[in-house]
Ligand binder design. Sequence first.
Ligand SMILES: Cc1ncc(COP(=O)(O)O)c(C=O)c1O
Length: 393
Amino acid sequence: MQTEVLEHPIYLDYAATTPVDERVLDAMLPCFRTAFGNAASLHRMGRAAAEAVERAREQVSDLVGCFSRDVIWTSGATEANNLAIKGFVRSAGRRSPHIVSQRIEHKAVLDPLDSLRREGVDVTLLEVDANGQIDPSVVEKAIRPETVLVTLMAANNELGTLTPLREIGAICGKAGIAIHTDASQAAGKIPINARELGLTLMSVSGHKLYGPKGIGALIFRREAGTKILTPIIDGGGHERGMRSGTLNVPAIVGLGVACEIAVSEMTEDAERVRGLRDDFESTLLAEIPDTFVNGVDSPRLPNISNMSFVGVDAESLLLALDGIAASTGSACTAASIEPSHVLKALGLPVPRQKSSVRFSFGKPTTLKEVRRALEMIIPTVHSLRRLADEAFI
Ligand SMILES: Cc1ncc(COP(=O)(O)O)c(C=O)c1O
């Protein structure tokens, strides 16, 4: 007989994805059933769909601080990052353009950069310190006459650490260089205003902020200087030629409502979730020796906790914690389990890298769930350590 816990694990993986808010789902359902028109059609149903899309553009722009015309719909943050980076650099018009980024970016930025590198673009990946922080003066020094773009994530998905975008935005503004940020983890969790930060481009993902999967947006602030972006998807000229393809109206409506909810509830949610996260961390630090919070000395998102339990293999811990859904940053390669590129870039001791687990908290997380998770994690870490010690006797 399965226990309740096995059927419903305590979900502490909200940085991986979030459930769709009921209010978002309610707004989406009519777009599947009755209001299913194509936003490109001229008849009444098409016009209604187009109006719903424009309303969603307003809702997104209210959250991220741009004009609604700056919002380009994409299939998610991965596509938004690709469009921002490849589209921008390809239209920059320089013979040998240069891009500045950092080692701890998500693969949805690192891989497009790699692909541009193969086309002859020069890419500098800057180092971060042991807390995942990038020094704005290092960014300033990396800028060269050929530099066309700086791309730095707003918040790191493994650590929750925040990039000093205000300082870096000002540096880029002074140098007349475009700046892109992958705000997948930050948008809807903390205030992030593209206009105030002087950002040219910003990527947002629906499923990280209680919206649906398969939808996102690239914010492209033409007023920030550059006028053009070379599309990466051609065919029909939707989104003013920036991203062709029939608009996913239900998902767009869902993302819009998710953003509107975030505008009104984000501050209160953040405070509550930060309280749960901080209690969780301090209990684990007090109860388990040789435990560390990675990135703790950086400003951080309120909802992510990356912890290392030295002497315990992170994958074994997650397998043992069957009643909890959390993540490791590790990637399984053919031969071994490798610590993530983020933890490596921090230069942490290897035992800390190998024992790192990311717990992430969300709107539905309750104090009861956190207490229950602690009751499972503490004895499991102790017993895995005992087993590891016995193996060496
Ligand atoms: C920082 C970051 N960038 C990009 C992505 C990819 O977003 P999407 O799933 O919307 O393509 C994620 C999600 O895993 C992320 O955390």
